[in-house]
Ligand binder design. Structure first.
Ligand SMILES: C[S@@+](CC[C@H](N)C(=O)[O-])C[C@H]1O[C@@H](n2cnc3c(N)ncnc32)[C@H](O)[C@@H]1O
Length: 208
């Protein structure tokens, strides 16, 4: 299983979302949509072993987590509006900290990055923070391939990962090993990072 957590620092948590303005009034929801496509789609198919969790931190509600499960997902096409429309439907459900399915394979609840880290650390998953200053991914694959088994990748949006979320990660780092992995010194788009992660780690799996 591969999980991606994408932090949407300004991405809205409800209200009227215009599919024509995902990058403006929806708080860069276009970034979330591209990440969903990059995580889940291959040509003529879907990666059934991938989950994407988008953490929405914008107004008007409490932070929410929308999860797209490759295993059960239906009605998603590889364009931004299609992902945007499924997010829109998820955000219409009443606020609840218990996950509810809004459309097949899409689930919503209130929660933060901390909610997810707490859950994944209990499951002993390999948590990997994607960061320009981390260890190079190829070096890590060569020296310590185990960390790419059952991984959970955390990535920021166009604003990156803000101090408040770094603080959460720092607190968990004390008791739990969170690896920092880099795709090079250049800061890339989040969706580009996801494609590269798939490329590097698919290759690793194929080689074995
Ligand atoms: C557009 S970048 C963020 C840029 C933002 N200006 C910053 O300084 O954080 C979005 C996210 O993609 C990931 N990312 C971008 N380039 C990367 C790289 N070269 N290696 C690893 N992760 C990267 C990081 O998780 C980052 O938070």
């Amino acid at each position: 299983m591969k999980d991606f957590i994408i932090i949407g620092n300004k991405a809205v948590t409800g209200g009227k979302i215009s599919l024509n303005d995902l990058c403006g009034s929806a708080g860069r929801m276009d970034v979330m949509c591209r990440c969903i496509t990059a995580s889940l789609f291959v040509s003529f198919g879907m990666r059934r072993d991938v989950n994407v969790h988008i953490v929405l931190k914008g107004p008007p509600s409490n932070p929410k987590i929308v999860r797209f499960s490759g295993e059960y997902l239906r009605y998603l096409n590889p364009d931004e509006r299609s992902a945007g429309s499924l997010i829109q439907k998820a955000l219409l459900l009443p606020e609840n900290d218990i996950e509810k399915e809004s459309t097949p394979g899409v689930y919503v609840r209130t929660g933060t990055l901390e909610t997810l880290i707490r859950e994944f650390s209990k499951e002993n998953r390999n948590i990997i923070l994607m960061d320009e200053n981390g260890q190079n991914i190829r070096e890590a694959i060569n020296k310590n391939p185990n960390i790419f088994e059952n991984p959970v990748y955390i990535l920021g949006d166009n604003q990156g990962i803000l101090e408040e979320d770094f603080e959460i990660l720092k607190n968990y780092e004390k008791e739990y090993d969170i690896k920092k992995i880099s795709l090079g010194e250049k800061s890339l788009l989040t969706s580009q990072c996801i494609t590269i992660i798939h490329y590097e780690t698919d290759f690793e799996t194929t080689e074995k």
